[in-house]
Design a protein around this ligand. Structure first.
Ligand code: EPZ
Length: 422
Protein backbone atom coordinates (compact mmCIF):
# COMPACT_ATOMS: atom_id res chain seq x y z
CA UNK A 1 0.00 0.00 0.00
CA UNK A 2 1.41 3.39 -0.99
CA UNK A 3 1.97 6.22 1.46
CA UNK A 4 2.47 9.94 0.97
CA UNK A 5 5.38 11.68 2.72
CA UNK A 6 4.79 15.40 3.38
CA UNK A 7 7.32 17.79 4.95
CA UNK A 8 6.28 21.22 6.22
CA UNK A 9 7.93 23.59 3.78
CA UNK A 10 6.49 27.09 4.20
CA UNK A 11 4.23 29.14 1.90
CA UNK A 12 2.84 27.79 -1.39
CA UNK A 13 2.67 29.84 -4.56
CA UNK A 14 1.42 29.15 -8.07
CA UNK A 15 -1.54 27.55 -9.87
CA UNK A 16 -3.41 24.28 -9.29
CA UNK A 17 -5.73 22.96 -12.05
CA UNK A 18 -9.04 21.65 -10.67
CA UNK A 19 -10.43 18.53 -12.35
CA UNK A 20 -13.98 17.51 -13.25
CA UNK A 21 -16.17 16.49 -10.32
CA UNK A 22 -15.93 12.86 -9.17
CA UNK A 23 -19.46 13.03 -7.75
CA UNK A 24 -20.88 14.47 -10.97
CA UNK A 25 -19.08 11.93 -13.16
CA UNK A 26 -20.31 9.03 -11.01
CA UNK A 27 -23.92 9.95 -11.79
CA UNK A 28 -23.37 11.09 -15.40
CA UNK A 29 -21.82 7.75 -16.37
CA UNK A 30 -24.86 5.60 -15.40
CA UNK A 31 -27.07 8.05 -17.35
CA UNK A 32 -25.81 6.29 -20.48
CA UNK A 33 -28.07 3.37 -19.51
CA UNK A 34 -31.09 5.56 -20.32
CA UNK A 35 -30.34 5.69 -24.03
CA UNK A 36 -29.10 3.40 -26.80
CA UNK A 37 -27.25 6.37 -28.33
CA UNK A 38 -23.65 7.29 -27.40
CA UNK A 39 -22.89 9.58 -24.45
CA UNK A 40 -19.54 11.38 -24.39
CA UNK A 41 -18.27 12.98 -21.18
CA UNK A 42 -15.40 15.47 -21.38
CA UNK A 43 -13.35 16.97 -18.50
CA UNK A 44 -13.67 13.62 -16.75
CA UNK A 45 -11.45 13.17 -13.66
CA UNK A 46 -8.84 10.38 -13.66
CA UNK A 47 -9.68 8.56 -10.44
CA UNK A 48 -9.99 5.01 -9.21
CA UNK A 49 -13.71 5.52 -8.49
CA UNK A 50 -14.23 6.32 -12.19
CA UNK A 51 -12.42 3.09 -13.08
CA UNK A 52 -14.73 1.19 -10.69
CA UNK A 53 -17.84 2.69 -12.32
CA UNK A 54 -16.36 1.84 -15.73
CA UNK A 55 -15.90 -1.80 -14.67
CA UNK A 56 -19.47 -1.93 -13.34
CA UNK A 57 -20.99 -0.49 -16.53
CA UNK A 58 -18.88 -2.80 -18.71
CA UNK A 59 -20.18 -5.77 -16.66
CA UNK A 60 -23.68 -4.74 -17.77
CA UNK A 61 -22.65 -4.66 -21.44
CA UNK A 62 -21.98 -0.94 -21.75
CA UNK A 63 -19.07 -0.02 -24.02
CA UNK A 64 -16.84 2.47 -22.20
CA UNK A 65 -13.81 3.90 -24.02
CA UNK A 66 -11.39 6.14 -22.21
CA UNK A 67 -9.77 8.74 -24.50
CA UNK A 68 -7.23 11.55 -24.04
CA UNK A 69 -5.60 9.82 -21.04
CA UNK A 70 -8.96 9.37 -19.34
CA UNK A 71 -10.21 12.94 -19.69
CA UNK A 72 -12.84 11.87 -22.23
CA UNK A 73 -15.17 8.92 -21.65
CA UNK A 74 -17.14 7.59 -24.63
CA UNK A 75 -20.04 5.43 -23.41
CA UNK A 76 -22.50 3.41 -25.44
CA UNK A 77 -25.17 1.06 -24.14
CA UNK A 78 -27.07 0.14 -27.28
CA UNK A 79 -27.82 -3.22 -25.76
CA UNK A 80 -27.41 -4.41 -22.19
CA UNK A 81 -26.21 -7.99 -21.92
CA UNK A 82 -26.59 -8.25 -18.16
CA UNK A 83 -28.96 -6.59 -15.69
CA UNK A 84 -27.21 -7.67 -12.48
CA UNK A 85 -24.86 -5.28 -10.67
CA UNK A 86 -22.66 -7.67 -8.74
CA UNK A 87 -21.86 -7.34 -5.00
CA UNK A 88 -18.14 -7.71 -5.73
CA UNK A 89 -18.12 -4.41 -7.61
CA UNK A 90 -20.91 -2.60 -5.73
CA UNK A 91 -19.30 -3.17 -2.31
CA UNK A 92 -16.23 -1.21 -3.49
CA UNK A 93 -18.18 1.92 -4.28
CA UNK A 94 -21.55 3.00 -2.95
CA UNK A 95 -22.31 5.12 -6.00
CA UNK A 96 -22.84 1.83 -7.88
CA UNK A 97 -26.45 2.00 -6.66
CA UNK A 98 -26.92 4.73 -9.29
CA UNK A 99 -27.26 2.12 -12.05
CA UNK A 100 -30.55 0.93 -10.51
CA UNK A 101 -32.86 3.77 -11.56
CA UNK A 102 -31.63 4.12 -15.16
CA UNK A 103 -31.48 0.36 -15.80
CA UNK A 104 -35.01 -0.12 -14.45
CA UNK A 105 -36.34 2.85 -16.43
CA UNK A 106 -34.80 1.63 -19.65
CA UNK A 107 -35.53 -2.11 -19.58
CA UNK A 108 -38.13 -2.56 -16.83
CA UNK A 109 -35.94 -4.82 -14.71
CA UNK A 110 -32.70 -4.64 -12.72
CA UNK A 111 -30.92 -6.55 -9.98
CA UNK A 112 -28.46 -4.49 -7.92
CA UNK A 113 -26.53 -5.52 -4.84
CA UNK A 114 -27.13 -3.42 -1.75
CA UNK A 115 -23.93 -1.38 -1.27
CA UNK A 116 -23.40 -2.04 2.42
CA UNK A 117 -22.03 0.61 4.73
CA UNK A 118 -18.69 2.36 4.66
CA UNK A 119 -16.27 4.02 7.06
CA UNK A 120 -18.31 7.21 7.48
CA UNK A 121 -21.63 5.58 8.21
CA UNK A 122 -24.28 2.93 7.51
CA UNK A 123 -25.41 4.89 4.42
CA UNK A 124 -28.61 2.96 3.67
CA UNK A 125 -30.41 3.28 0.35
CA UNK A 126 -33.99 3.23 1.64
CA UNK A 127 -34.77 6.61 0.09
CA UNK A 128 -33.59 5.38 -3.33
CA UNK A 129 -35.93 2.38 -3.07
CA UNK A 130 -38.92 4.39 -1.82
CA UNK A 131 -38.48 6.86 -4.68
CA UNK A 132 -38.52 4.08 -7.29
CA UNK A 133 -41.60 2.51 -5.65
CA UNK A 134 -43.33 5.91 -5.92
CA UNK A 135 -42.72 5.57 -9.68
CA UNK A 136 -44.43 2.16 -9.78
CA UNK A 137 -41.41 -0.10 -9.30
CA UNK A 138 -41.95 -3.46 -7.65
CA UNK A 139 -38.94 -4.17 -5.39
CA UNK A 140 -37.92 -7.31 -3.56
CA UNK A 141 -34.83 -7.71 -1.32
CA UNK A 142 -33.27 -11.15 -1.67
CA UNK A 143 -29.87 -12.30 -0.37
CA UNK A 144 -28.44 -8.79 -0.30
CA UNK A 145 -29.73 -7.82 -3.73
CA UNK A 146 -32.57 -5.50 -4.79
CA UNK A 147 -34.69 -7.21 -7.45
CA UNK A 148 -36.55 -4.40 -9.23
CA UNK A 149 -39.31 -4.75 -11.81
CA UNK A 150 -41.49 -2.27 -13.64
CA UNK A 151 -43.89 -4.28 -15.76
CA UNK A 152 -45.19 -1.93 -18.48
CA UNK A 153 -42.56 0.64 -17.49
CA UNK A 154 -42.34 3.22 -14.69
CA UNK A 155 -45.15 5.72 -14.14
CA UNK A 156 -44.79 9.37 -13.15
CA UNK A 157 -45.58 10.11 -9.51
CA UNK A 158 -44.72 12.31 -6.53
CA UNK A 159 -41.49 11.63 -4.63
CA UNK A 160 -41.17 13.49 -1.33
CA UNK A 161 -37.85 12.99 0.51
CA UNK A 162 -38.01 13.29 4.35
CA UNK A 163 -34.49 14.74 4.21
CA UNK A 164 -32.10 15.64 1.40
CA UNK A 165 -30.29 12.76 -0.29
CA UNK A 166 -27.96 13.46 -3.23
CA UNK A 167 -27.88 9.89 -4.52
CA UNK A 168 -31.58 9.22 -4.07
CA UNK A 169 -32.38 12.45 -5.94
CA UNK A 170 -30.09 11.32 -8.77
CA UNK A 171 -31.66 7.86 -8.99
CA UNK A 172 -35.16 9.34 -8.96
CA UNK A 173 -34.43 11.98 -11.62
CA UNK A 174 -32.84 9.47 -13.98
CA UNK A 175 -35.68 6.97 -13.54
CA UNK A 176 -38.35 9.65 -14.03
CA UNK A 177 -37.00 10.76 -17.42
CA UNK A 178 -38.48 7.64 -19.08
CA UNK A 179 -41.52 7.16 -16.79
CA UNK A 180 -44.97 7.59 -18.35
CA UNK A 181 -46.37 10.94 -17.20
CA UNK A 182 -45.18 13.66 -14.83
CA UNK A 183 -42.97 13.23 -11.76
CA UNK A 184 -42.57 15.79 -9.00
CA UNK A 185 -39.60 15.41 -6.65
CA UNK A 186 -39.93 17.40 -3.41
CA UNK A 187 -37.02 18.17 -1.03
CA UNK A 188 -34.66 17.30 -3.88
CA UNK A 189 -30.92 17.83 -3.42
CA UNK A 190 -29.64 21.11 -4.90
CA UNK A 191 -25.95 20.19 -5.25
CA UNK A 192 -24.13 21.43 -8.40
CA UNK A 193 -23.64 17.76 -9.34
CA UNK A 194 -27.44 17.37 -9.57
CA UNK A 195 -27.69 20.49 -11.73
CA UNK A 196 -24.92 19.07 -13.94
CA UNK A 197 -26.77 15.74 -14.28
CA UNK A 198 -30.01 17.54 -15.20
CA UNK A 199 -28.23 19.65 -17.81
CA UNK A 200 -26.79 16.50 -19.38
CA UNK A 201 -30.18 14.74 -19.33
CA UNK A 202 -31.79 17.81 -20.92
CA UNK A 203 -29.20 17.60 -23.73
CA UNK A 204 -30.27 13.96 -24.14
CA UNK A 205 -33.88 15.12 -24.60
CA UNK A 206 -35.21 14.82 -21.06
CA UNK A 207 -37.92 17.29 -20.00
CA UNK A 208 -36.82 18.52 -16.55
CA UNK A 209 -37.35 21.84 -14.75
CA UNK A 210 -36.38 23.18 -11.30
CA UNK A 211 -32.74 22.04 -11.18
CA UNK A 212 -30.89 23.75 -8.32
CA UNK A 213 -34.12 24.17 -6.36
CA UNK A 214 -35.77 21.76 -3.90
CA UNK A 215 -38.56 20.85 -6.34
CA UNK A 216 -37.93 19.10 -9.65
CA UNK A 217 -40.58 18.40 -12.30
CA UNK A 218 -39.93 15.74 -14.94
CA UNK A 219 -42.18 14.99 -17.94
CA UNK A 220 -41.39 11.43 -19.01
CA UNK A 221 -40.44 10.87 -22.68
CA UNK A 222 -40.39 7.68 -24.78
CA UNK A 223 -36.66 7.66 -25.46
CA UNK A 224 -33.52 9.71 -24.95
CA UNK A 225 -30.76 10.54 -27.41
CA UNK A 226 -27.02 10.69 -26.91
CA UNK A 227 -25.10 13.84 -25.94
CA UNK A 228 -21.66 15.29 -25.33
CA UNK A 229 -21.30 16.91 -21.93
CA UNK A 230 -18.43 18.45 -19.93
CA UNK A 231 -18.25 17.30 -16.30
CA UNK A 232 -18.67 20.26 -13.95
CA UNK A 233 -15.60 21.42 -11.95
CA UNK A 234 -15.07 19.49 -8.71
CA UNK A 235 -16.07 21.88 -5.91
CA UNK A 236 -14.68 19.54 -3.24
CA UNK A 237 -11.25 19.28 -4.89
CA UNK A 238 -11.47 23.07 -5.35
CA UNK A 239 -12.22 23.70 -1.65
CA UNK A 240 -9.52 21.26 -0.64
CA UNK A 241 -6.78 23.05 -2.59
CA UNK A 242 -8.06 26.48 -1.50
CA UNK A 243 -7.15 25.38 2.02
CA UNK A 244 -3.51 24.74 1.06
CA UNK A 245 -2.44 28.44 1.03
CA UNK A 246 -4.83 29.08 3.92
CA UNK A 247 -2.95 26.60 6.13
CA UNK A 248 0.59 27.23 4.76
CA UNK A 249 0.60 30.87 3.68
CA UNK A 250 1.43 32.11 0.17
CA UNK A 251 -0.99 32.60 -2.72
CA UNK A 252 -2.49 29.87 -4.93
CA UNK A 253 -4.80 30.24 -7.94
CA UNK A 254 -7.17 27.27 -8.33
CA UNK A 255 -7.80 27.07 -12.08
CA UNK A 256 -11.42 26.45 -13.11
CA UNK A 257 -12.75 27.46 -9.69
CA UNK A 258 -15.83 29.70 -9.49
CA UNK A 259 -17.25 31.29 -6.32
CA UNK A 260 -20.74 29.92 -7.06
CA UNK A 261 -19.50 26.36 -6.48
CA UNK A 262 -18.18 27.09 -2.98
CA UNK A 263 -20.11 30.15 -1.74
CA UNK A 264 -20.79 29.04 1.86
CA UNK A 265 -17.24 27.68 2.13
CA UNK A 266 -15.82 31.05 0.97
CA UNK A 267 -17.91 32.85 3.60
CA UNK A 268 -16.24 30.74 6.28
CA UNK A 269 -12.77 31.34 4.78
CA UNK A 270 -13.46 35.09 4.76
CA UNK A 271 -14.48 35.00 8.44
CA UNK A 272 -11.28 33.05 9.20
CA UNK A 273 -9.14 35.70 7.52
CA UNK A 274 -8.54 34.10 4.13
CA UNK A 275 -9.10 36.18 0.98
CA UNK A 276 -10.67 34.66 -2.14
CA UNK A 277 -10.57 36.61 -5.40
CA UNK A 278 -12.42 35.37 -8.51
CA UNK A 279 -10.17 35.81 -11.57
CA UNK A 280 -10.83 34.95 -15.21
CA UNK A 281 -8.89 31.69 -14.74
CA UNK A 282 -10.23 30.63 -11.34
CA UNK A 283 -10.04 31.52 -7.63
CA UNK A 284 -6.95 33.19 -6.13
CA UNK A 285 -6.58 32.39 -2.40
CA UNK A 286 -4.27 33.89 0.23
CA UNK A 287 -4.23 34.51 3.97
CA UNK A 288 -5.07 38.17 4.73
CA UNK A 289 -2.52 38.24 7.53
CA UNK A 290 -0.66 35.68 9.72
CA UNK A 291 -2.56 32.99 11.56
CA UNK A 292 -6.20 32.33 10.59
CA UNK A 293 -8.97 32.88 13.10
CA UNK A 294 -11.17 30.05 14.48
CA UNK A 295 -14.67 29.88 12.99
CA UNK A 296 -17.61 27.54 13.69
CA UNK A 297 -18.90 25.17 10.98
CA UNK A 298 -22.15 23.21 10.58
CA UNK A 299 -22.35 20.81 7.63
CA UNK A 300 -25.59 20.96 5.62
CA UNK A 301 -26.91 19.99 2.19
CA UNK A 302 -26.05 22.48 -0.58
CA UNK A 303 -25.98 25.48 -0.47
CA UNK A 304 -24.80 24.96 3.13
CA UNK A 305 -21.26 24.05 4.16
CA UNK A 306 -20.36 20.76 2.41
CA UNK A 307 -19.78 17.70 4.59
CA UNK A 308 -17.06 16.69 2.10
CA UNK A 309 -15.01 19.72 3.18
CA UNK A 310 -15.47 19.25 6.95
CA UNK A 311 -12.33 17.16 7.51
CA UNK A 312 -10.21 19.56 5.49
CA UNK A 313 -11.62 22.61 7.35
CA UNK A 314 -10.88 20.87 10.63
CA UNK A 315 -7.21 20.64 9.62
CA UNK A 316 -7.16 24.42 9.11
CA UNK A 317 -8.94 25.04 12.42
CA UNK A 318 -6.27 22.95 14.20
CA UNK A 319 -3.82 25.78 13.42
CA UNK A 320 -6.24 28.69 13.97
CA UNK A 321 -6.23 31.32 16.70
CA UNK A 322 -9.05 30.42 19.12
CA UNK A 323 -11.57 27.62 19.45
CA UNK A 324 -13.88 26.38 16.69
CA UNK A 325 -16.88 24.05 16.90
CA UNK A 326 -17.52 21.79 13.92
CA UNK A 327 -20.91 20.08 13.75
CA UNK A 328 -21.23 17.12 11.32
CA UNK A 329 -24.94 16.79 10.57
CA UNK A 330 -24.91 14.63 7.44
CA UNK A 331 -23.00 11.49 8.41
CA UNK A 332 -22.90 9.73 11.76
CA UNK A 333 -19.20 8.91 11.86
CA UNK A 334 -17.18 11.47 9.98
CA UNK A 335 -14.57 12.53 12.55
CA UNK A 336 -12.09 9.68 12.07
CA UNK A 337 -9.46 12.18 10.98
CA UNK A 338 -9.61 13.75 14.49
CA UNK A 339 -7.53 11.10 16.34
CA UNK A 340 -4.98 11.19 13.52
CA UNK A 341 -4.75 15.01 13.70
CA UNK A 342 -4.32 14.67 17.47
CA UNK A 343 -1.25 12.52 16.82
CA UNK A 344 0.13 15.66 15.18
CA UNK A 345 -0.50 17.72 18.31
CA UNK A 346 -3.99 19.00 17.45
CA UNK A 347 -6.33 19.69 20.38
CA UNK A 348 -9.71 18.22 19.46
CA UNK A 349 -12.58 17.14 21.67
CA UNK A 350 -15.18 14.95 19.92
CA UNK A 351 -18.63 14.39 21.38
CA UNK A 352 -21.06 12.63 19.05
CA UNK A 353 -21.50 14.81 15.99
CA UNK A 354 -19.62 17.78 17.42
CA UNK A 355 -15.86 18.40 17.42
CA UNK A 356 -14.38 21.29 19.42
CA UNK A 357 -10.95 22.33 18.11
CA UNK A 358 -8.55 24.61 20.00
CA UNK A 359 -5.96 25.85 17.53
CA UNK A 360 -2.24 25.39 18.20
CA UNK A 361 0.66 27.48 16.93
CA UNK A 362 2.23 24.65 14.94
CA UNK A 363 1.36 20.98 14.35
CA UNK A 364 4.11 18.37 14.52
CA UNK A 365 4.69 15.87 11.73
CA UNK A 366 3.90 12.21 12.56
CA UNK A 367 2.99 8.91 10.85
CA UNK A 368 -0.83 8.93 10.43
CA UNK A 369 -3.49 6.67 8.92
CA UNK A 370 -6.00 7.64 6.24
CA UNK A 371 -9.46 6.24 7.03
CA UNK A 372 -11.63 7.65 4.26
CA UNK A 373 -11.30 9.80 1.19
CA UNK A 374 -11.65 13.27 2.69
CA UNK A 375 -9.92 12.39 5.98
CA UNK A 376 -6.83 11.36 4.01
CA UNK A 377 -6.51 14.70 2.29
CA UNK A 378 -7.09 16.60 5.56
CA UNK A 379 -4.01 14.82 6.94
CA UNK A 380 -1.99 15.93 3.92
CA UNK A 381 -3.11 19.55 4.46
CA UNK A 382 -2.08 19.29 8.12
CA UNK A 383 1.27 17.80 7.06
CA UNK A 384 1.91 20.72 4.68
CA UNK A 385 1.82 23.13 7.64
CA UNK A 386 3.36 20.86 10.30
CA UNK A 387 6.93 20.94 11.51
CA UNK A 388 8.87 17.97 10.17
CA UNK A 389 7.66 14.90 8.29
CA UNK A 390 4.17 13.41 8.11
CA UNK A 391 3.72 9.97 6.55
CA UNK A 392 0.10 9.39 5.50
CA UNK A 393 -0.57 5.67 5.14
CA UNK A 394 -3.32 3.86 3.14
CA UNK A 395 -3.51 6.50 0.44
CA UNK A 396 -5.63 4.23 -1.75
CA UNK A 397 -8.45 6.20 -0.08
CA UNK A 398 -6.93 9.36 -1.52
CA UNK A 399 -6.63 8.02 -5.06
CA UNK A 400 -10.40 7.48 -5.13
CA UNK A 401 -11.05 11.21 -5.22
CA UNK A 402 -7.87 13.17 -5.93
CA UNK A 403 -5.86 12.81 -9.10
CA UNK A 404 -2.07 13.32 -8.91
CA UNK A 405 -2.22 15.10 -5.53
CA UNK A 406 1.54 15.04 -5.03
CA UNK A 407 2.05 16.56 -8.50
CA UNK A 408 -0.52 19.32 -8.00
CA UNK A 409 0.79 20.32 -4.57
CA UNK A 410 4.45 19.78 -5.53
CA UNK A 411 3.92 22.22 -8.40
CA UNK A 412 3.15 25.06 -5.96
CA UNK A 413 6.15 24.34 -3.72
CA UNK A 414 5.00 21.64 -1.32
CA UNK A 415 7.57 19.06 -0.23
CA UNK A 416 5.54 15.91 -0.95
CA UNK A 417 6.24 12.53 -2.48
CA UNK A 418 4.55 9.16 -2.92
CA UNK A 419 6.29 6.27 -1.16
CA UNK A 420 5.65 2.97 -2.95
CA UNK A 421 4.19 0.41 -0.57
CA UNK A 422 5.08 -3.30 -0.59
C1 EPZ B 1 -23.14 11.84 -1.98
O1 EPZ B 1 -23.28 10.64 -1.24
C2 EPZ B 1 -21.66 11.99 -2.24
N1 EPZ B 1 -21.18 10.84 -3.02
C3 EPZ B 1 -20.90 12.06 -0.91
O2 EPZ B 1 -19.53 12.28 -1.20
C4 EPZ B 1 -21.43 13.25 -0.11
O3 EPZ B 1 -20.79 13.28 1.14
C5 EPZ B 1 -22.95 13.11 0.08
O4 EPZ B 1 -23.59 12.97 -1.21
C6 EPZ B 1 -23.56 14.30 0.80
O5 EPZ B 1 -23.29 15.45 0.07
C7 EPZ B 1 -21.43 10.81 -4.35
O6 EPZ B 1 -22.05 11.69 -4.90
C8 EPZ B 1 -20.91 9.61 -5.09
P1 EPZ B 1 -26.72 11.29 0.64
P2 EPZ B 1 -24.76 10.03 -1.00
O7 EPZ B 1 -27.66 10.30 0.06
O8 EPZ B 1 -25.62 10.30 -2.14
C9 EPZ B 1 -28.50 9.22 4.49
C10 EPZ B 1 -17.22 11.92 -1.09
O9 EPZ B 1 -16.41 12.10 -0.17
N2 EPZ B 1 -29.29 8.40 3.55
O10 EPZ B 1 -26.92 12.74 0.35
O11 EPZ B 1 -24.58 8.63 -0.56
C11 EPZ B 1 -27.01 8.97 4.40
O12 EPZ B 1 -26.65 7.87 5.20
C12 EPZ B 1 -18.57 11.28 -0.81
O13 EPZ B 1 -17.02 12.25 -2.29
C13 EPZ B 1 -30.26 7.54 4.04
O14 EPZ B 1 -30.48 7.44 5.23
O15 EPZ B 1 -25.23 10.90 0.24
C14 EPZ B 1 -26.44 10.27 4.91
O16 EPZ B 1 -26.44 10.24 6.32
C15 EPZ B 1 -18.70 10.85 0.64
N3 EPZ B 1 -30.98 6.78 3.16
C16 EPZ B 1 -27.44 11.31 4.42
O17 EPZ B 1 -28.64 10.60 4.13
C17 EPZ B 1 -30.79 6.87 1.80
O18 EPZ B 1 -31.49 6.17 1.04
C18 EPZ B 1 -27.00 12.03 3.14
O19 EPZ B 1 -26.65 11.04 2.22
C19 EPZ B 1 -29.79 7.75 1.32
C20 EPZ B 1 -29.06 8.51 2.22
Amino acid sequence: MDSILVTGNGPLNGQIPIAGAKNACLTLMPATLLSDAPLTLTNAPRLSDIKTMTTLLQSLGVEVTSLQEGQVLALSSHNLTNHVADYDIVRKMRASILVLGPMLARDGHAVVSLPGGCAIGARPVDLHLKALEALGADLELKEGYVHAKAVGGLKGGTVEFPFVSVGATENAVMAATLAKGTTIIKNAAREPEIVDLVHCLQKMGAQITGEGTSTLEIQGVDRLDGATHPVVTDRIELGTYMLAPAICGGEVECLGGRIGLVKSFCEKLDAAGVSVEETKAGLKVARKNGRVRAVDVVTEPFPGFPTDLQAQMMALMCTAQGTSVLEEKIFENRFMHAPELMRMGAEIDVHGGTATVTGVERLKGAPVMATDLRASVSLILAGLAAEGETLVNRVYHLDRGYERVEEKLGHVGAKIERVQGE
